[in-house]
Design a binder for this molecule. Structure first.
Ligand SMILES: *[C@@H]1O[C@H](CO)[C@@H](O)[C@H](O)[C@H]1NC(C)=O
Ligand SMILES: *[C@@H]1O[C@H](CO)[C@@H](O)[C@H](O)[C@H]1NC(C)=O
Ligand SMILES: *[C@@H]1O[C@H](CO)[C@@H](O)[C@H](O)[C@H]1NC(C)=O
Ligand SMILES: *[C@@H]1O[C@H](CO)[C@@H](O)[C@H](O)[C@H]1NC(C)=O
Ligand SMILES: *[C@@H]1O[C@H](CO)[C@@H](O)[C@H](O)[C@H]1NC(C)=O
Ligand SMILES: *[C@@H]1O[C@H](CO)[C@@H](O)[C@H](O)[C@H]1NC(C)=O
Ligand SMILES: *[C@@H]1O[C@H](CO)[C@@H](O)[C@H](O)[C@H]1NC(C)=O
Ligand SMILES: *[C@@H]1O[C@H](CO)[C@@H](O)[C@H](O)[C@H]1NC(C)=O
Ligand SMILES: *[C@@H]1O[C@H](CO)[C@@H](O)[C@H](O)[C@H]1NC(C)=O
Ligand SMILES: *[C@@H]1O[C@H](CO)[C@@H](O)[C@H](O)[C@H]1NC(C)=O
Ligand SMILES: *[C@@H]1O[C@H](CO)[C@@H](O)[C@H](O)[C@H]1NC(C)=O
Ligand SMILES: *[C@@H]1O[C@H](CO)[C@@H](O)[C@H](O)[C@H]1NC(C)=O
Length: 637
């Protein structure tokens, strides 16, 4: 960020939101003595918040949300008599919340969420009578949190206490006369019951009690009080599905112990997001379910025992963006009416009993990015796509564990532009990215992969019956590919040299086929490769070395009797065996193979959906990259 901004001494408002500014916030901004508002949200600014900002005596609004700032809140800011918005959420700030915050009597909005603040909430906060928005969630705050006192502030509208380490939260007495709030997040707070005071809250727009230990039935009165969003996921709620009032737009009950069938009255809801994943629901979906799609944008029924056919989604206009029906017992064919859902971007039908040919007709969907069909009964040959159904946006496709056969679908590879052409879109880290966590589960170790699906691309055709050779053209097309898994098919012939063109490839699994010939030496040019497996084929000759090939273990090569050289113990005839020291294996350790793709916590609680609607126009198809959703069960656990 140019320090020259500090020369614009008449500036009153400086807004640089949603850029890619990095480096420190220049201390010269302390010269802008007329500055009233500074908005640097959604950049990549690092370093500390400079104390010179405390010189800006007219300062009212300070927005630093979603950067990479470190250090504490400078005490100099506590001298700003007019400060009304202090938003430093989603950074890496540390330290305690200064008790001098009581000085900021005009403060209406305080957001320190998603940082690493520790220590107790200073009592002085409960005397900031003008506070309306208080976001303290996702820190390491300790001590007793006094929600009862916060709700005595007259104008309080929004409180987030979630995911801290409070020893307890004191709630208002059930019959106390406290402020009616609109947004309340009590996620991850060790609650064992629904707080009783909620019975007298009638204005709640958004309520989250997720990730607690609440058991029993979902109280009827709780549903009646909510307009908008209700998130009860990750608890121990039992009983059947309570049908909420029509005012609910976002209904998330995933990971509970709810059971029974889905009542047909559910279809009457005018709902945006419905997440019933990981419960014990069973039975067929009511036929009317397809009618839902006129309002529904995200649906997850994953991890239940739903049976029967997937209903038709014929009601127009279909607004569905994401649909996850994975890990159920759905059978029959995929409904062709899915092509009515033109906006679909993420589809997961994995782990069901769907019996169908490859749904090439889904290639008509212009925005489809992720198609997961693994562990079903898809069969037959994948015929060439027609010119108007080319999967123009596809980045992730999983077909593993089906019974697809014939030659590898080279025509599809040729026609997947999103896997070939690099576009600015790939680098696009959207402002609402923190609402999504895309993680890769790697042999039980979960690590953060990235904030958006962004540039991640995956083709998984493993455990099928594909035969013939690996088409040479693969090296001309899937240039952006990160993971290619062709394991356990009936592929024969050589490993094409053209694979070396796939410079982004990190994972290449060709194991358990009938490939023959030598491993092409040019593959050592694939410097992104961190997992390579050609075991159980008929390969021969010596294993190439150099670059990444110094890091692969011998299990990458076993089961090829004619293959020789390090790391196998079989020596090659004329070239001397160079032993690999254990240290040589170290570079590979840091980047293990990518196993499970998991997108969790889809819609961020606070305002996500509302912002989503607004931004849909701005970002078009990419609106989905930040819409929260639960995406899981890619591989067996
Ligand atoms: C800011 O002003 C100072 C002093 O007037 C000058 O030396 C400097 O070059 C200016 N910076 C920029 C970026 O214009
Ligand atoms: C601005 O603040 C810094 C540190 O707080 C201080 O050293 C400096 O004198 C101040 N400058 C002005 C112009 O007030
Ligand atoms: C509180 O604000 C006043 C001016 O409004 C200032 O003089 C005083 O130093 C501030 N106290 C702290 C602890 O920052
Ligand atoms: C609340 O803010 C107003 C100005 O917006 C100010 O006049 C008033 O003193 C503040 N209230 C308290 C209790 O500090
Ligand atoms: C919840 O309880 C566990 C163990 O009892 C404790 O480690 C954890 O810090 C508590 N979390 C919160 C948010 O209170
Ligand atoms: C599905 O049903 C089977 C057999 O009835 C049961 O063993 C299994 O636990 C159920 N799974 C879920 C997720 O309810
Ligand atoms: C879907 O809704 C329309 C009217 O909104 C109704 O006519 C139709 O019968 C419904 N379909 C199902 C399967 O319920
Ligand atoms: C598809 O397009 C290609 C060239 O773009 C053309 O050669 C071919 O005839 C077209 N096929 C069909 C079925 O339209
Ligand atoms: C290979 O795939 C077949 C199905 O095509 C499956 O039955 C078999 O278990 C798979 N083998 C391994 C080792 O995964
Ligand atoms: C696999 O494909 C071959 C033909 O390529 C066929 O003979 C065989 O029956 C298929 N296997 C299965 C399990 O479908
Ligand atoms: C390579 O694949 C084989 C068989 O699929 C497996 O046994 C072996 O562990 C794999 N090696 C590595 C390094 O992943
Ligand atoms: C490739 O697919 C097979 C079968 O689905 C799986 O066992 C293996 O772990 C996959 N390889 C990688 C590197 O993920």
């Amino acid at each position: 960020m140019p320090s020259g901004f500090g020369n614009l001494t008449n500036l009153e408002v400086l807004t640089l939101t949603s850029n890619r500014l990095s480096g420190e916030i220049p201390s010269s901004l302390g010269n802008l003595i007329h500055l009233v508002s500074l908005d640097l949200r959604y950049n990549q600014l690092g370093g500390r918040i400079h104390s010179s900002l405390g010189n800006l005596s007219r300062f009212e609004w300070l927005y630093l949300h979603s950067n990479q700032l470190v250090g504490g809140i400078p005490l100099s800011l506590m001298k700003l008599p007019l400060l009304s918005i202090l938003d430093v959420g989603s950074n890496m700030l540390t330290g305690i919340v200064p008790s001098q915050i009581s000085n900021l009597t005009r403060l209406t909005e305080l957001d320190i969420s998603a940082n690493r603040f520790h220590g107790p909430v200073p009592d002085s906060i409960y005397r900031l009578w003008n506070l309306s928005v208080i976001r303290l969630g996702s820190n390491d705050l300790t001590g007793v949190a006094r929600l009862d006192l916060l709700l005595q502030l007259d104008g309080v509208m929004e409180v987030d206490l979630s995911s801290n380490a409070f020893s307890s939260i004191i709630f208002p007495k059930p019959n106390a006369n406290v402020s009616q709030i609109k947004v309340l997040d009590l996620g991850s707070s060790n609650l064992t019951e629904v707080p009783r005071f909620l019975k007298r809250q009638h204005m709640l727009d958004e309520l989250s009690l997720s990730n607690n230990k609440i058991s029993g039935q979902i109280p009827e009165w709780l549903l009646q009080g909510i307009i908008g969003t209700l998130d009860l996921s990750f608890n121990y709620f039992q009983g059947t599905l309570p049908v909420p009032p029509n005012s609910i737009g976002y209904y998330r009950l995933s990971s509970n112990r709810l059971s029974g069938e889905i009542p047909a009255s559910t279809c009457e809801l005018d709902i945006d997001v419905l997440d019933l994943a990981d419960n014990n629901f069973y039975g067929p979906l009511p036929l009317c379910f397809g009618n839902f799609s006129s309002s529904l944008r995200a649906l997850s029924l994953s991890g239940n025992n739903f049976t029967g056919e997937i209903p038709d989604f014929s009601h127009e206009p279909c607004r569905l963006l994401m649909m996850d029906l994975s890990s159920n017992v759905f059978e029959g064919q995929l409904p062709r009416s899915l092509t009515n859902c033109r906006r679909l971007q993420y589809v997961n039908f994995g782990r069901n009993k769907i019996t169908d040919s490859f749904p090439s007709w889904l290639g008509l969907l212009p925005w489809l990015k992720v198609l997961m069909l693994h562990s079903n009964r898809f069969h037959g040959v994948m015929t060439a796509p027609s010119n108007n159904s080319l999967f123009p946006s596809l980045k992730v496709i999983t077909l593993s564990e089906n019974n697809l056969g014939g030659r590898l679908p080279a025509d599809y590879f040729a026609s997947l532009p999103a896997m070939k052409y690099f576009s600015p879109d790939d680098e696009f880290v959207d402002p609402f990215a923190q609402m999504i966590t895309l993680t890769i589960l790697d042999k039980g170790i979960e690590r953060e992969f990235g904030k958006t699906l962004g540039y991640f691309t995956l083709v998984d055709l493993s455990n099928n019956n594909f035969s013939g050779t690996i088409p040479v053209s693969i090296g001309d097309y899937l240039l952006k590919l990160h993971t290619l898994n062709l394991s356990n098919n009936s592929l024969s012939g050589p490993i094409p040299q053209s694979l070396a063109n796939l410079r982004k490839l990190e994972v290449l699994d060709l194991s358990r086929n009938r490939l023959s010939g030598e491993i092409p030496r040019v593959l050592t040019r694939m410097t992104s490769l961190n997992h390579f497996n050609v075991s159980y084929n008929n390969l021969s000759g010596s294993i190439p070395n150099g670059n990444q090939f110094g890091t692969f273990e011998n299990t990458s090569y076993i089961g090829n009797p004619e293959l020789c050289g390090s790391p196998l113990t079989k020596k090659c005839g004329n070239s001397p065996l160079i032993p690999t020291s254990p240290a040589d294996n170290q570079p590979g350790k840091s980047s293990r193979p990518l196993g499970i793709v998991w997108i969790t916590g889809l819609v961020g609680l606070v305002g996500g959906l509302v912002v989503g609607v607004a931004l849909e126009h701005a970002f078009g198809a990419d609106v989905l990259n930040w819409l929260a959703w639960k995406w899981h069960n890619y591989w067996p656990r």
